[in-house]
Design a protein around this ligand. Structure first.
Ligand code: PGA
Length: 225
């Protein structure tokens, strides 16, 4: 069985109480995770302290990280503030690029900031050029960074890409940046296995289907068997 990643991205969802309820149900019903599965949950910032103290059976990540170091940057969370709290930081999700004007340059700055805080970057891309622009960061990436390929049409639409298309894109991306590549976009328990089975895909990124604990467990179960 190959090593696989399952990443849950909650986006801007859940009150603190809803996160507490999710976590309780999830922990009760998840069972033991085999060591070939790396499970990463990226809740929102205000959930993080709770998750840390509940000692979750998975890695924690953030959905974003500041492009700047600690200092006079109102509203930002710097790498230094997050160091030791999370293992991963998602960077450059297409929603951040679309609604918050994140450019490839900002994405690259965020990779540098994550790195300086020993946080592993998960760079999200929807096209090849976004990876090419990261080329100069290969030394930063090569250790333990991840790429999350998410075609725009598939995000939140219920219309996932085909596993074969996603695999073909992942093959190209891995030739540019040799890191594990995840597919994201309308991944659900019913289609996850098709993506996991692809040669150039190392896992999946999951938005909507990670919000319900039982649905997410079903997805993880389908991915790992
Ligand atoms: P979705 O989101 O699973 O709801 O399509 C994926 C993502 O944007 O990470």
């Amino acid at each position: 069985m190959k090593n696989i990643y399952v990443l849950g991205n909650w986006k801007a969802n859940k009150t603190l109480q809803e996160a507490v309820d999710w976590e309780k149900k999830f922990k009760e019903n998840l069972g033991d995770l085999p060591n070939y599965v790396t499970l990463i949950i990226c809740p929102a910032y205000h959930h993080l302290s709770y998750f840390l103290y509940s000692k979750p059976p998975y890695m924690l990540g953030v959905q974003d990280i500041s492009a700047y170091p600690s200092g006079a940057y109102t509203g930002e969370l710097s790498g230094a503030m997050l160091e030791g709290m999370v293992t991963y930081a998602m960077i450059g999700h297409s929603e951040r690029r679309k609604y918050f004007g994140e450019t490839d340059e900002i994405v690259s700055q965020k990779v540098t900031q994550a790195r300086s805080a020993h946080i592993k970057p998960i760079v999200c891309v929807s096209e090849e050029t976004q990876v090419t622009s990261l080329n100069k960061f290969i030394p930063d990436f090569a250790n333990d960074g991840l790429l999350l390929y998410e075609p725009l049409f598939a995000i939140g639409s219920g219309q996932a890409d085909t596993p074969e298309n996603a695999n073909a894109v992942a093959k190209k991306l891995s030739a540019i940046l040799p890191v594990p590549i995840l597919y994201g976009g309308s991944v659900v328990p019913e289609n996850v296995r098709g993506f996991i089975d692809q040669e150039f895909l190392a896992g999946v990124g999951v938005g909507g289907a990670s919000l319900d604990p039982q649905k997410f467990i079903n997805l993880i179960t389908a991915a790992r068997t």
